[in-house]
Design a protein around this ligand. Sequence first.
Ligand SMILES: Nc1ncnc2c1ncn2[C@@H]1O[C@H](COP(=O)(O)OP(=O)(O)OP(=O)(O)O)[C@@H](O)[C@H]1O
Length: 264
Amino acid sequence: MSTIEARALWKTYGQDVVLEDIHLRVETGEFVTVVGASGCGKSTFLRMLLGAESPSRGQLLLDGAPMAAEPGPDRGVVFQKYSVFPHLTAIANVLIAEEMEKAPALGRLFGRARQEAVARARDMLGRVGLADAADKYASELSGGMQQRLAIAQALMKNPRILLLDEPFGALDPGIRKDMHALILDLWARSGITVFMVTHDLKEGFDLGTRLLVFDKVRHDPQAPEAFGASITYDLPLQHGEARDAALAPELREQLSSPNRKEND
Ligand SMILES: Nc1ncnc2c1ncn2[C@@H]1O[C@H](COP(=O)(O)OP(=O)(O)OP(=O)(O)O)[C@@H](O)[C@H]1O
């Protein structure tokens, strides 16, 4: 079991408090969905889990030890867009992380090491339904296929934690449904811990085993940057069960109001 723990975690940019006093404990294999109004700090939280941002105060722990302060193979990430290299083929996109790690000077593996890596990459492409697209350039793939590729890329290093930042936000509803089935299948088979930011409350309820709502508890209308968001709801969910229908409207209202920026 590995446990991710946030203890009194804060993130500030200058005077701007984005997140304040986050407390959280997540066990291996949980599928944590994260919702909250635009600009409340969901992506910032994910970037801290990735190691791309460091906490301003407090601690972020993995199995009781501080999480590595830079992205590493134990964490895979998929963004809404631009996760894949458009000018590389699908298989090259999946291979690239491994090649850069194992052959940093040349960025290319040779001989048996390459054969093994290619076999694993093909297997991974098969798992995300892209077996027939291995030799296509990423730029030739549809939006849904590119996100499948991004997921394959993120999973290639067998990460313990998968971070998804609005991965399906730009996809059509029908494609999103397919992607939901895919991600649930991959998650169920791998036992990986997933954190997924979404703007879609239904998606959060449908996919998560646990739903976190980020929101500001304190507000100063004269100084909106003075207070940050924290976790205001932490809901355990059961896949396939009726959702907290009574709570949903209240959450919906919360998500559409306090932190929303003028320009959103
Ligand atoms: N590198 C940075 N420097 C300064 N401010 C930043 C930086 N990154 C994020 N912020 C600010 O932190 C706040 C939270 O941003 P973040 O992207 O985490 O919100 P979010 O909840 O993911 O928003 P959205 O739902 O719109 O994607 C915003 O006010 C943003 O301007």
